[in-house]
Design a protein around this ligand. Structure first.
Ligand code: ADP
Ligand code: LRH
Length: 502
């Protein structure tokens, strides 16, 4: 078929997928449309091994290989592929080029206490100013410092550090590379100097020789190595370093009309942010705990990591283990029938990061804050969705203060927008419009960077126009209701009450 098709792998914390993208032009006068075809989709289930939580890395590599093979078996002829994934995680490679150990999952508990310890060591403000990042316990710096503190023998034999997409690309192409957007999620990248923070690495006892010079999204990493092409029975197609951090790929595909727009990348996590030409590292940004992540095309993304639909995923998983196998559609329906604003949580309370029992955690939170405890699945889901919507409003308003910009509405993208109730609630909570779409933003942004790199598209802007033509947007106008205003006040006093506690 199409001679300029590309293959995008988007690996999320809950699932991975391979999508084929081709631009179909019916004739010379009409502009093309981006057609995306799902080639492969698989669950991404972490594995607890002894005391630690890991990614099933060999499985992920196998699924990516399977996706490449299947694209060709289905009759497509992609000229390149690109991989994006969740941020911060990595593998270490020894001097013989082999993977050391099984890559850790960012929710592994070995980072407990590491934010405090690392900040004591190198200084909190300084760490923010140099990295521009929000303090998340799982940031790579804290994972690596946990290994240093544990005197991990793996560090002794490590020769190179590769972030997840780079690690997969290494086993596919034989080439070791470091892609820029992922590098900026480590907190070891100096965001204003625009290079690895070697001084910081020295102070933490991390050899700077582990880290490769970052390459920009759109760079060609190499080609499938012969052995892999033969194994899969496919040609040695090009590997392109896309904006390999999934959030940054998603941003490329936001179909915004304005130069300054607010977005919410809504999947396992909720990333609410806006694009800026420069990082913002003044003290208020530190105070508000926002991130400046490196994006594609020399952009910086000022955003906040919000716990997101992870909370719902965990409840769903737990109910499933108890034999109550709800679909998302069923859960949303139950929520809609449940009483509104009965109980609210602060989604970003760290207790929700990786509790053994998510419903118990929500229950305890409600008890401790003097609220009624949810009594049914519907009440739990209602509590989660309404609390998230209120959190989105709060973060959007704080972002407006930080940037001095105001936003008419919010672009929502990612798997979470299939939850129409959440989109509606978000519009209601904010009192602003939500434009939802596309669902597969990360995979689409991944494709756009490949199209530009391959010369199929001239620019990112052309890519955004293509997205606007190709995917319909769902509009959610706020329904006027004083209830949301009252709920927001309740939510804010809840957060205040929490912050007052030591
Ligand atoms: P990630 O890339 O982080 O794995 P996705 O972007 O795939 O996440 O989004 C996953 C989330 O999308 C799930 O947590 C779930 O809440 C939501 N979701 C997926 N399918 C549906 C659906 N059919 N209806 C409502 N919500 C859905
Ligand atoms: C979303 C995401 C987010 C990171 C988290 C680890 O998938 O990449 O931007 O902070 O995963």
């Amino acid at each position: 078929s199409n001679s300029s098709a590309v293959l995008a792998f988007d690996l999320g914390a809950s699932s991975g997928r391979a999508l084929l993208g081709e631009i179909t032009a019916s004739d010379h006068d009409s502009p093309g449309i981006l057609k995306i075809t799902e080639i492969h989709r698989f669950a991404n289930t972490p594995v607890q091994m002894g005391d630690h939580l890991h990614w099933n890395f060999p499985m992920l590599l196998q699924e990516v290989k399977h996706g490449i093979r299947k694209a060709f078996q289905d009759g497509y002829r992609p000229v390149s592929y690109g991989i994006d994934s969740w941020g911060v995680d990595y593998g270490l490679i020894d001097r013989n080029g082999e993977l050391i150990g099984v890559p850790y999952h960012y929710r592994d508990l070995r980072t407990e206490g590491m934010v405090e310890e690392t900040c004591k060591q190198v200084g909190r403000e300084r760490l923010f100013q140099e990295s521009g990042l929000q303090f998340m316990p799982f940031n790579t710096i804290f994972q690596l410092n946990a290994m240093v503190k544990a005197k991990s023998p793996m560090l002794d034999i490590a020769d190179k550090f590769l972030l997840t997409p780079d690690l997969l690309n290494y086993f596919l192409t034989g080439v070791q590379a470091c892609e820029f957007t992922m590098a900026t999620t480590t907190q070891l990248y100096h965001v204003t100097e625009g290079k690895w923070n070697e001084r910081l690495m020295d102070e933490l006892g991390l050899p700077s020789s582990l880290f490769l010079e970052p390459v920009q999204p759109g760079s060609v990493i190499g080609r499938l190595q012969d052995a892999v092409a033969q194994e899969l029975g496919v040609p040695a197609i090009k590997a392109i370093a896309v904006a390999s951090h999934d959030t940054e790929s998603a941003v490329v595909a936001v179909p915004a009309n304005a130069a300054r727009f607010a977005y919410l990348v809504c999947g396992t996590w909720s990333l609410l942010g806006t694009e800026l030409p420069e990082p913002l590292v003044h003290p208020e940004v530190l105070e508000e705990d926002f991130s400046n992540e490196g994006g594609a095309y020399q952009s910086y993304q000022l955003l906040k990591n919000i716990m997101g639909l992870w909370i719902l995923q965990e409840c769903k998983r737990q109910w499933g283990n108890q034999g109550l196998k709800y679909s998302y559609a069923e859960l949303v329906e139950l929520a809609e029938d449940a009483e509104s604003f009965r109980s609210l949580i602060h989604p970003d309370d760290l207790r929700f990061m990786n509790p053994a029992d998510m419903t118990a955690e929500i229950r305890d939170y409600c008890l401790e804050t003097g609220q009624p405890v949810p009594q049914s699945a519907g009440e739990y889901v209602q509590c989660i969705l309404q609390s998230l919507a209120l959190r989105y409003r709060e973060v959007l308003e704080r972002m407006e203060v930080l940037t001095g910009q105001s936003y008419d509405g919010l672009h929502m993208v990612g798997g979470g927008i299939q939850n129409e109730l959440l989109c509606r609630y978000t519009a209601n909570a904010m009192g602003r419009t939500v434009w939802a779409g596309p669902v597969e933003a990360s995979a689409i942004g991944n494709m756009l960077v490949q199209f530009v790199a391959n010369g199929t598209l001239r620019s990112r802007e052309e890519g955004v126009e293509l997205v606007k033509r190709s995917f319909p947007l769902a509009w959610y106008e706020p329904e006027s209701s004083g209830d949301w205003e009252a709920a927001f006040l309740r939510y804010k006093s809840l957060i205040g009450q929490q912050q007052a506690q030591p």
